[in-house]
Design a protein around this ligand. Structure first.
Ligand SMILES: [Zn+2]
Length: 397
């Protein structure tokens, strides 16, 4: 009995430590008084927890002033090392370094060839990481973990793509193992929409909400589903791949092998193709930019895509019942051009409920959502932000 009681007390203490650490990570630096207010813990508990975290090397403290009084400022320790987030897109790779409080330290984006191969992608990412680390006077040894976002569904157990046709050059390769061998550090891989959802639900527009659907509308279309802070990936990592929902039975063939998928109508290639007879060859970035400048053809295809995706999101919303749909990806950069028709279509197809009307809002982290999510994945996986690492010796009285 004594042991059991001691254990549950210890797990409560570990949970409170994790809460304090996550709060420091979210806000950067906080005084102990601010930490007590933000966590709802008593000032005495916060003081004990901060002392334990400091002894474990997880946080650092410094004297500061708040409202003219001396106060202890608590920040995440730099000794924990660096986190790296990598996002592979259809045409680029984005690498960001941060400390364990997720303060960005350095970042860079490199273009990738169309239909890039896994070797090319991982080579460029490795060079970019080495370059950024050198720039800040660090090396791979200082990296605690690397998170990788890819624009395709990933089977978590093997870290391979679970629908191969969408990224043929990466098929059948254990991405985490291959990259980890090159750099000698632990690597964790997930789908980009899942990682965008993770970042937005922890650090972005969904941070105070429980159930969040994050739409990533880019070259491909997918959602990430964050329920009570955890990503719902499904058995093979395919949950949220709405780009392959059938919307046009007579439509074009999709890379996944089916006909008339949402991506064949609203994906980057389809939007570029739609405006080509009027405007000539453009990239998706051009279409987004011209829609923002009021070009009628680009505005029209982006708005139509918003409505079409909204129809599919209405079904997702009925299945998942989120509090909010957060809208990210390149198309979201057109603001209400895309968001307006999307919101209107969802509104018409999801019955109003009298508990909490579904909100449709822009995501907050912009083009960094996926790399931030990749870093969070690495932090969670390397156990720095979870109670396990903070399990200090249990005192059994
Ligand atoms: Zn498809």
């Amino acid at each position: 009995m004594v042991r059991k009681a001691a254990r549950s007390q210890a797990s409560l203490r570990a949970a409170n430590k994790a809460l304090v650490l996550q709060t420091v990570q979210r806000w950067g630096g906080l005084t102990q008084v601010e930490l007590a207010a933000a966590t709802g813990l008593s000032p005495a508990s916060v003081s004990t927890i901060v002392r334990d975290l400091f002894a474990a090397g997880v946080v650092e403290t410094a004297t500061t002033t708040r409202n003219g009084r001396r106060a202890q400022l608590v920040t995440v320790s730099r000794r924990l090392g660096l986190a790296v987030g990598i996002q592979f897109g259809q045409r680029h790779v984005h690498v960001q370094l941060s400390d364990f409080a997720l303060h960005p330290i350095a970042e860079h984006v490199l273009p990738l060839p169309h239909d890039h191969q896994v070797d090319t992608g991982l080579d460029r990412a490795t060079l970019l990481m080495a370059d950024l680390l050198e720039r800040v006077g660090a090396s791979f040894e200082d990296v605690a973990g690397v998170g990788v976002a890819v624009p395709a569904p990933v089977e978590a157990g093997t870290s391979t793509l679970s629908i191969e046709g969408v990224m043929p050059g990466w098929a059948g390769v254990d991405i985490a193992q291959t990259l980890s061998k090159r750099i000698g550090r632990p690597v964790y891989v997930d789908n980009d929409a899942n990682l965008g959802a993770l970042a937005e639900s922890v650090l972005g527009a969904g941070r105070d909400l429980r159930d969040v659907v994050y739409l990533r509308a880019s070259y491909g279309t997918a959602v990430g589903v964050a329920l009570a802070g955890a990503i719902h990936r499904g058995y093979a990592g395919i949950a949220g791949e709405i780009g392959h929902v059938l919307v046009d039975p007579q439509g074009r063939m999709c890379r996944c092998g089916n006909r008339g998928c949402l991506d064949t109508v609203v994906g980057g290639a389809a939007l570029v193709e739609s405006v080509r007879p009027v405007l000539g060859p453009l990239t998706l970035r051009d279409v987004v930019q011209r829609a923002n400048e009021g070009d009628p053809a680009c505005t029209r295809v982006v708005a139509d895509a918003g409505a079409q995706i909204g129809g599919v999101l209405a079904v997702v919303s009925l299945v998942v019942n989120p509090q909010v749909v957060l809208v990210g990806g390149e198309l979201a950069e057109t603001g209400e051009v895309f968001l307006g028709p999307l919101r209107e279509r969802i509104g018409r197809r999801v019955p109003a409920n009298n508990v909490a009307p579904l909100q449709v809002l822009p995501a907050e982290l912009g083009p960094r959502a996926e790399v931030m999510g990749a870093m969070l994945l690495a932090l969670q996986a390397t156990d720095v932000s979870v109670p396990a690492v903070l399990d200090l010796p249990v005192e059994v009285s």
